[in-house]
Design a protein around this ligand. Structure first.
Ligand SMILES: *Cc1c(COP(=O)(O)O)cnc(C)c1O
Length: 359
């Protein structure tokens, strides 16, 4: 049997919670969504959380609520899932890509200021693979240039930077897709301390409607259902346990793997290992992936093509820039299973499979 790269852990709590919702007669957005929002805000240490249909719609909603529109620029990373940048495109604004740090895979704060133009409205750091970006440096730059900070925390539920949870440094956006650290099936969450912004997100989520059937602005149907919220709420109760297991699995891998670059955890950061991503230099990455498959170990390349090199971005949008650290990472990264469903035997198998490749 193949050891899979990701595996959602759904237990009796989730099943029971869904049945209760089905029996309650309130299936769409209702009391479970409200309870999930309250619990999620508490987890992040913020006043408000707003549930949406996905991480993508959380980002889209947050950008709109901050007034990002056509003609604006949002500074972000190209080494990410496409949704980070696409959510900017949905508003009519332009993603401006800044290169990453080679060790953390996160946006390099030292390169941000050079990318700020008069059109810049926001910085959107992505806490990639579960590791927080350097929020001290990013917030200092944002303050100096009067920019909004929107955190793409879709891979980093519960991660901390200097003791604060991601999603509490700017407007936080989370995904609840089944491969993420916790899931609601599909789903998203926005976090903020700003009451007016929270209200604005709720209006955008609900067809621009403040008063029933009076529509003052253009909105969407981005509402989460109570069925999804019931799953999410049960999962949220297990987040600390799941993240502790991910950290323990990562520590085992880092201790025993030979010949590859293992993930870093900078001082003050708590990594939650959405992915455990190694670097395989000298063009050997794809051969290692194939070798692992033969040994029954699933692995994944996140991400083989940086956003600025995706066909839509080059052909349709005319992106033509060089981001050498990002491009090198795309050639070398390989993510190994680290999820909480791994057994001690699975971890041994993963280590043996990687180490046997390097002889
Ligand atoms: C998963 C993810 C998203 C999008 O979330 P969905 O729930 O799949 O829409 C956005 N950004 C990053 C970095 C992600 O990993």
């Amino acid at each position: 049997m193949m050891i899979s790269i990701a595996k959602p852990l759904i237990g009796d709590e989730e099943k029971q919670a869904v049945l209760e919702v089905l029996d309650s007669g309130v299936i769409a957005q209702g009391p479970r969504v409200a309870a999930f929002e309250e619990a999620f805000a508490a987890m992040c240490g913020v006043k408000h959380a707003i549930a949406t249909t996905s991480g993508t719609t959380a980002l889209h909603t947050a950008l709109l609520a901050h007034g990002i529109r056509e003609g604006d620029e949002v500074i972000t990373s190209s080494f990410t899932f496409i949704a980070s940048a696409n959510s900017v495109l949905f508003t009519g604004a332009k993603p401006v890509f800044v290169d990453i740090q080679p060790d953390t895979f996160n946006i390099d704060p030292a390169l941000i200021e050079a990318a700020i133009t008069t059109r810049a409205k926001a910085i959107m750091p992505v806490h990639l693979f579960g590791l927080p970006a350097d929020m001290d440096a990013i917030r200092a730059i944002a303050e100096k240039h009067n920019l909004i900070v929107i955190e793409d925390a879709c891979q980093s539920h519960g991660a901390t930077f200097n003791g604060g949870r991601v999603g509490s440094f700017g407007t936080g956006c989370f995904s609840l897709y089944p491969t993420k650290n916790i899931t609601s099936g599909e789903g998203g969450m926005i976090t903020t301390d700003d009451e007016a912004l929270a209200e604005s997100c709720k209006v955008i989520r609900q067809h621009g409607m403040r008063r029933r059937y009076y529509h003052d602005e253009l909105g969407f149907n981005f509402r989460m259902t109570d069925i999804h919220a019931a799953i999410g709420l049960a999962q949220l109760g297990k987040l600390e346990k799941f993240n502790a297991a991910r950290r323990q699995n990562a520590a085992f891998l880092s201790e025993h793997l030979k010949g590859v670059g293992v993930p870093v955890e900078p001082e003050g950061c708590q990594h939650v290992y959405h992915q455990y991503t190694i670097r395989v230099p000298d063009g050997k990455r794809d051969a290692l992936l194939e070798h692992l498959k033969q040994k029954g170990v699933g692995s994944g390349v996140y991400y083989p093509v940086p956003v600025h090199q995706q066909t839509y971005y080059t052909q349709e949008l005319g992106y033509d820039q060089s981001l050498p650290v990002t491009e090198q990472a795309a050639l070398e990264v390989l993510s190994l299973p680290v999820h909480p469903a791994l057994s001690a035997g699975d971890l041994e198998t993963i280590v043996d499979a990687v180490n046997s490749f390097f002889g």
